[in-house]
Design a binder for this molecule. Structure first.
Ligand SMILES: NC(=O)C1=CN([C@@H]2O[C@H](COP(=O)(O)OP(=O)(O)OC[C@H]3O[C@@H](n4cnc5c(N)ncnc54)[C@H](O)[C@@H]3O)[C@@H](O)[C@H]2O)C=CC1
Ligand SMILES: O=C1[C@H](O)[C@H](O)[C@@H](O)[C@H](O)[C@H]1O
Length: 342
């Protein structure tokens, strides 16, 4: 059986995902697309050479009997409406981060999904599918460095066109907020945000870099640097310090070149390249799980936790204080093993 997917939002990442599902992955096809920029949606259908119908709106696409599963890759503020509509239609939905732009919006989605009675929602936190993060998690889970005590991360990008306000926290660092919970199998209890000296390469009014400090329930202390105008490349670092050793996130492979009396390695400059394999694994596993009637990736609850954490970080940046992160107990509904029926 081929999973028939409808795509809401044919912009940058929507096109990436349409391409990978159509040309790289197995078991699914794009049968429907929609975008408020209809001309763009039409162009994507032609360029990707897919037999997909262009719908007037996301809700019309969701309601279509031709569409079995939904992919939401529109702007963040539109996600809540479409995810709620997909739940209402009883259809599995993959929603790119953020699940919703507020914790309250995420909680409305969690409540709707629990009321619906079947888990349908997966959120696009793709780092859990990245081979290097999975290698790092294996080392930790096997106890090779003892209990984790501290974690030091960096999330650097060469430039941040269009970045404004708190996007370093709400748009970029949400990836670390999610992946570190998964890596450590832990939850957060507090957040603090430090504002180092601004780089002259930041747009007017934009703070850059930031340092986010998190404490977990187990007492692990986490430091994450966000530097979105670092100039030199797209560089994701993660070191876990344990009782008996340290473990570093493996660097993307590159050929060491010796020439002109220098030894050099290339550094990637784009998140699309750094995580291309993670996106492919994320979507192949989503397709396979959805066809089995399962949700095995980051859930709506994970999307809610990321939103609560990011809200606390934005508040910590505003107050300059350590802000508490208090989460209600995760509903048993989100324990693994929930099955959905297509
Ligand atoms: N997982 C990851 O690493 C990444 C995730 N994203 C997320 O993906 C989402 C989209 O980001 P981009 O593709 O960079 O943005 P984009 O602006 O390139 O594309 C978004 C598209 O959604 C369309 N759109 C907006 N409102 C709509 C509506 N009501 N109905 C239908 N279409 C609508 C826009 O016309 C646009 O074509 C964002 O939530 C972003 O955070 C983006 C980049 C990386
Ligand atoms: O979701 C993303 C990308 O995956 C990058 O990791 C971030 O740097 C970017 O800001 C964000 O949009």
């Amino acid at each position: 059986m081929t999973l028939r997917i409808g795509v809401i939002g044919t912009g940058a990442i929507g096109q990436e995902h349409v391409h990978r599902i159509t040309h790289s992955l197995q078991g699914a096809e794009i049968v429907a697309v929609t975008d408020v920029n209809k001309e763009q949606a039409i162009k994507v259908v032609k360029k990707q050479n897919i037999n997909a119908k262009v719908y007037e709106s996301g809700n019309e696409l969701i309601q279509s009997s031709d569409v079995e599963a939904i992919m939401v890759t529109s702007w963040g503020p539109t996600h809540e409406e479409f995810v709620l509509a997909a739940i209402d239609a009883g259809k599995p939905v993959f929603c790119e981060k953020p699940l919703a732009t507020t914790a309250e919006g995420c909680k409305r989605i969690v409540d709707a999904e629990v009321t619906h009675g079947k888990q349908l929602v997966q959120v696009g936190f793709m780092r859990r599918f990245d081979h290097s993060y999975r290698q790092l998690k294996k080392v930790i889970d096997e106890g090779k460095i003892g209990d984790p005590l501290m974690v030091n991360c960096a999330h650097r990008a060469p430039a941040a066109p269009g970045f404004k306000g708190d996007m370093a926290l709400t748009d970029s660092l949400v990836h670390e907020m999610d992946v570190l919970r998964w890596l450590l199998d832990d939850d957060y209890v507090s957040a603090q945000v430090l504002l180092p000296r601004r780089t002259r390469f930041a747009d007017e009014g934009l703070q850059d870099p930031h340092i986010m400090l998190l404490e977990t329930k187990q007492g692990i202390r986490i430091s994450v640097e966000s530097f979105v105008n670092c100039q030199y490349g797209y560089d994701i670092q993660c070191q876990v310090v344990g009782e008996t050793g340290t473990a570093n996130l493996p660097e993307p492979s590159s050929v060491p070149v010796r020439s002109d009396a220098k030894l050099s390695n290339e550094i990637l400059v784009d998140w699309k390249d750094r995580f291309i394999d993670a996106f492919n694994v994320e979507f192949q596993e989503w397709i396979d799980s959805t066809k089995k009637g399962e949700v095995n990736g980051p859930s709506a609850w994970d999307g809610y936790v990321a939103a609560v954490t990011s809200d606390a970080c934005v508040e910590a940046k505003r107050t300059g204080q350590i802000e508490p992160i208090s989460m209600p107990k995760r509903p048993a509904f989100y324990d693994r093993g929930q099955k959905v029926k297509l």
